[in-house]
Design a protein around this ligand. Structure first.
Ligand SMILES: Nc1ncnc2c1ncn2[C@@H]1O[C@H](COP(=O)(O)OP(=O)(O)OP(=O)(O)O)[C@@H](O)[C@H]1O
Ligand code: NI
Length: 432
């Protein structure tokens, strides 16, 4: 559904360049919940804002980043609404040899940037999505999405994606409302205090689904009921301040659903709520996901919440993903010392009487990562950790999902010197 590759988002301030998101890759499949977890300042919210095209100056998503939204109906709709922006992949594949593109100077990437060892394996579409304009393969302004055809016109499109980083104006607004919706920590940022809750939901219905008048009133009440607000017909006439915190967050979720999105991004949606209400909201999201086949990206700093919500998890630290795994594998077999630290700080999980938290704070990533950013806080760090940047290593998984950890302790079966070479030289594992 969503494929994020080498996403880099930086803030350019007078003083420094903050690499808030520094080359992360992950994907989200249809109907699944993917968790993003990490301490304050690790880059979770900037990741979410990047996916929504909501990064504000002095920040921007850097060239070479790719965010692909794959959903055939969406792609067909965009192809018909923005027809000058279609790129025909099979046609380009006939004209360009991917391996040769890596000889060009404009391609500031290696096959590894795209997740491949060998340049002949990299699909042209991946290069196109991130570097199409730089390589003059596609036009800078026109081409926002890429399709594979097996027939003429939008109905002939069988596969493809919308490249979100290239969207602007109307096409971006539509992606944000119609296809990806967001729920924030504080429901009051999404609700306008001077309009009734019902009117705000009706506004979203009109804007994104073209439902107006009495139909909209009926639908708004139905949505409030669906998110578990009792006496919905009466409550749509109330203002946000007449709702409790938990009810407000339910109303915000109803507003998000009024757009009928395929994907929901939840940025700490329950952090401001007390524990009982938090559990109710998590149950609600779970139920909505089942009934609507929603894909959810769930951001939290709380490993306990991850355990309850997520199918797969990406652990973020200082702008990077340091570990990625299925939720069972991550909890049963955490590999990165940072993940171990996060798991150790779940209340109720401590051994002994001292609360087990990680000392110190997330550093501001204001220079390229040439070493492990967690090393200064890591109980298992050794000298080379401050000199070599670790890359993601495949770990044997305890469930069906891929499991990777970016840490110089792995691959475990190698000697320390071999591991350092492996990370430093990006050598093929087969060499060992
Ligand atoms: N508008 C901005 N200008 C400059 N730096 C920013 C801006 N927004 C975010 N940052 C920086 O980007 C980094 C990541 O911030 P982000 O908000 O994504 O963290 P987070 O993981 O969501 O943390 P939290 O759990 O506190 O919400 C931080 O170092 C932050 O200071
Ligand atoms: Ni945040």
């Amino acid at each position: 559904m969503l494929k994020v590759q080498n996403l880099q988002t930086a803030f350019f301030t007078d003083k420094e360049t903050i690499r808030a998101v520094d080359g992360i890759s992950f994907d989200i499949r249809l109907g699944e919940t993917v968790g993003i977890v990490g301490e304050s300042g690790s880059g979770k919210s900037v990741t979410a804002r990047s996916l929504m095209g909501l990064v504000e100056s002095p920040g921007r998503v850097l060239d070479g980043s790719s965010i692909q939204f794959h959903e055939p109906d969406t792609v067909r709709q965009y192809a018909s609404d923005f027809s000058s922006r279609v790129v025909d992949v099979p046609d380009l594949e006939e004209r360009y040899d991917v391996a040769e593109l890596f000889d060009r100077e404009e391609l500031a990437a290696t096959p590894e940037t795209f997740g491949y060892d060998n340049r002949h394996e990299v699909p042209l579409v991946d290069v196109l999505a991130a570097y199409g304009p730089e390589l003059d393969l596609i036009d800078d302004k026109d081409c926002v999405f890429v399709t594979r055809r097996n027939g003429d016109g939008p109905s002939g499109i069988s596969d493809g994606f919308v490249e979100i980083t290239q969207l602007e104006g109307e096409s971006l607004r539509r992606m944000r409302g119609d296809h990806i919706a967001m729920v924030f920590q504080d429901p009051l940022t999404s609700l306008n205090p001077v309009y009734t809750v019902g009117n705000q939901i009706k506004e979203a219905l009109s804007l994104h689904q073209g439902i107006t008048g009495r139909d909209a009133t009926r639908e708004a009440a139905r949505l409030l009921e669906a998110v578990g607000i009792p006496d919905a017909r009466r409550r749509i006439k109330e203002y946000p301040h007449q709702f409790s915190g938990g009810m407000r967050q339910r109303a915000v979720i109803a507003m998000a659903l009024a757009c009928d999105p395929e994907m929901l991004i939840c940025d700490e949606p329950t952090t401001a709520l007390d524990v009982t209400i938090q559990a109710q909201i998590l149950d609600l999201l779970d139920e909505l996901q089942d009934t609507r086949d929603l894909s959810i990206m769930f951001i939290t700093h709380d490993m306990g919440v991850i355990a309850e919500t997520s199918d797969r998890v990406n652990v973020m630290y200082a702008g990077e993903i340091v570990e990625s795994a299925g939720v069972k594998s991550l909890f049963a077999n955490p590999k990165h010392p940072y993940t171990e630290g996060l798991l150790g700080s779940i209340p109720g999980q401590q051994t002994g009487d001292r609360l087990n938290t990680i000392e110190g704070n997330v550093p501001t990533p204001n220079e390229p990562a040439t070493y492990c950013r967690f090393a200064p806080r890591c109980p298992k760090a050794f000298d080379e950790c401050s000199a070599v940047h670790p890359r993601a290593v495949d770990i044997e998984s305890t469930d069906a999902e891929d499991h990777t950890a970016a840490c110089l302790l792995y691959p475990e079966e190698l000697s320390e010197q071999q591991r350092i070479d492996y990370h430093e030289l990006s050598t093929d594992m087969e060499k060992y």
